[in-house]
Design a protein around this ligand. Sequence first.
Ligand code: UVW
Length: 329
Amino acid sequence: MAGMTDFRRLADDVRNWGRWGDADELGTLNFITDDKVAQAAALVKHGRVFPLGVDFGSSGPQGAFQYRPNPMHVMTVDGGDARTLVEYGPRWFKNTVAQQLSGYFVDNQFRFNDDMIIMPLQAATQWDALSHVYYEDKLYNGFPADSVTSLGAYHCGIDKVDVKGITSRGVLLDLVRHRRAEVFLEHGNPITPAELEAVAKAQGVTVGRGDIVLVRTGWWERFLGNHDGTEPYSGLDWRCAAWLHDHDIAAIAADNLMVEDPVSGVDGTILPLHQLCLRDMGLMLGEYWDLSALAADCAADGVYEFQLIAPPLRVTGAVGSPVNPIAIK
Ligand code: UVW
């Protein structure tokens, strides 16, 4: 097993700090140029649209980590309110909400429903912002870790990346099909850099500068079958950071809970790929993306590239964001 010396060596190799200037907060999204966006748009040939987001609701995979519940969706105004207030509203004078809503509903045919959602920004389909993970008190590009406060991320928040869309050429690497796995990649066989290369080659697709790479492990299909959010799986080995770096990719997303393999592979730390990608490379990670319909289409027509559009919400100072990515072929 590798140790911290190996980790530090790879971290030094892949670190992009200063590459786009000392003030940069976009990281590898800088690889997405105007030409790249135009090239991605030209990949749309048939108009087939693949939403890659999962449901945001109580049936999600959260809960294993108790600080991350599933999204809670709450109705704040509904038809029951309207019915009740038409009858009691005018007399319920101490409740100012009821009074206001009565003003809308009583002697009026107009009705409306309102709702809100309470959720960790790390639940369901998401982007990890560069401020999500750090070590040795430094974020990406050397920004101090304590610049993330109770007020939010002053540096490297998700709100900083909207200038990039985020949109680019997407490339699917279907590890399930490549390994001829039943449904998903069983635990205990991490995806190596050589395997990423082999999958791309077998699929006849290149991976290059500014691409957003989507890795299918089958975890999401498995979850829909057994509703076990803790199901172990095989994800990217930490050494894949070198492959991602060498190919100058802009971002990576997968259909599982953390892209990387749940077994660290580095003695002395957990989630080494998170650290290398987010903090050293400045490369955003997408998690819980539903790649099944897209994968079926790619297998059918043999085309594993497409336009990908995946804008995060501009939540001020957030270290992650929900997203409903769309692939278009
Ligand atoms: C952690 O596990 C810290 O984050 P993620 O949601 O990116 O997997």
